[in-house]
Design a protein around this ligand. Structure first.
Ligand code: PMP
Length: 375
């Protein structure tokens, strides 16, 4: 098998799996219970949270566990919008967001919020002048992802924050960091709210985080009885939390070394694809090497994905959550409908090998020749 869909999800690392098993077996108490088994679980919960807080240089109280980035995005955007309704109803997002952000925006629009879409340039970089123009007195929230999930464009969050805060200090800045964590260094102090997910960093599925700066107020979207955590009440999933904490610790090892290696693989693929006149490389100078997007202009993306699957090569058309639809990110960057409809996303990892990439390229040539000729 050649797995090249690491941006859709990652396999759980064995170290992380060990933690899931160990904690499931040894910590049976509910961390909310007051007896000793509960206290034992609560202590582990606290230490897992402290370790994450230490890595990101924030305080443990600023971290809220969720089921994944989709929930974190909901908690952040809906929570901030409802909490700031009296201040204004204007929200700004980029055109390079994950579909979950757009679905939340549609919902907020139905509640009376006004959504603006900030422009980006041909390299995918946010248009700073447009952002400056858009932030007004009634702008309560801006959401811009740290790394785009389809073309891998990375945004300069610190600079974006400065622009927003200069125009309106009270505007809350949220960033979906799901595709950034474990790939590039991030600084949570660049934002007020940040979403992350366990299964993108070799952790388990079903666990995520929302970072919420202590100065930010959110209206809860989930209601329950646990007093201590009013934003996400309920029994904390300790095996998931402890193993997520471990995955975060492991994800931050050797970032630079991993990126360097992944970049070599990425360049090898790009060089190979450049020989084909009907393949366009959707890569800008801000794309991180882990995500490589190409458009096969003379082949249907889905047909190609399934053809490669028969050779046990696993790819995506675009982000897994919008498979089968056009790539909104490629559209936002290149403004070319055909290009956006023919995308293939190849996502790489430090676990990928040169041998795998060589085999992938051989299979690619075979399948592409067949399908392009058919057409
Ligand atoms: N945001 C981004 C940028 C993503 O890539 C994804 C996963 N495709 C999500 C949010 C949703 O994450 P989850 O599966 O954890 O809900």
């Amino acid at each position: 098998m050649i797995y090249l869909d690491y941006s859709a999800t990652t396999p759980v690392s064995y170290d992380v799996l060990d933690t899931i098993t160990k904690v499931t077996k040894e910590y049976i108490g509910n961390a909310n219970s007051i007896h000793s088994l509960g206290v034992k679980s609560k202590n582990l919960l606290d230490s897992a949270t402290e370790q994450i807080a230490h890595i990101f240089n924030v305080s443990p109280g600023e971290l809220i566990y969720t089921s994944g980035a989709t929930e974190s995005n909901n908690m952040a955007l809906i929570g901030a919008a409802l909490a700031n309704r009296k201040k204004g109803n204007h929200i700004i997002v980029s055109k390079l967001e994950h579909p979950s952000i757009y679905h939340i925006c549609d919902y907020l629009q139905s509640l009376g919020f006004e959504i603006s879409y900030v422009k980006n340039d041909r390299e995918g970089l946010i248009d700073f002048d447009d952002l400056k123009r858009l932030v007004k007195e009634n702008t309560i929230l801006v959401s811009i992802c740290a790394v785009n999930s389809e073309v891998g464009v990375r945004q300069p969050l610190k600079m974006i924050r400065q622009i927003i805060k200069k125009e309106n200090f009270g505007t809350i800045f949220h960033s979906d960091m799901t595709q950034a964590i474990g790939k590039i260094p991030v600084n949570l102090h660049d934002v007020d709210l940040a979403s992350m997910s366990g299964h993108k960093i070799y952790g388990p599925k079903g666990i995520g985080l929302l970072y919420k700066n202590s100065n930010v107020n959110l209206v809860p979207i989930i209601h329950g009885s646990t007093k201590e955590n009013n934003l996400r009440p309920g029994t904390p999933p300790l095996p998931l939390i402890a193993s997520f904490s471990k995955a975060i610790r492991l994800a931050n090892n050797d970032l630079e070394k991993r990126e360097h290696f992944i970049n070599l693989l990425n360049e090898k693929i790009v060089k190979h694809m450049q020989k084909y006149p009907h393949i366009l490389i959707n890569k800008t100078k801000y794309s991180i090497p882990h995500i490589l997007n190409i458009s096969l202009m003379d082949v249907m993306s889905e047909t190609f994905i399934h053809a490669m699957e028969k050779k046990e090569v696993y790819l995506s058309t675009n982000t897994a959550c919008a498979s089968g639809e056009l790539s909104t990110s490629v559209m936002a960057i290149y403004n070319d409908l055909a290009r956006a409809k023919h995308t293939i996303r190849i996502s790489l990892s430090h676990l990928s090998t040169t041998d795998e990439i060589n085999k992938f390229l051989t299979y690619f040539d075979e399948e592409y020749a067949k399908l392009a000729n058919l057409k």
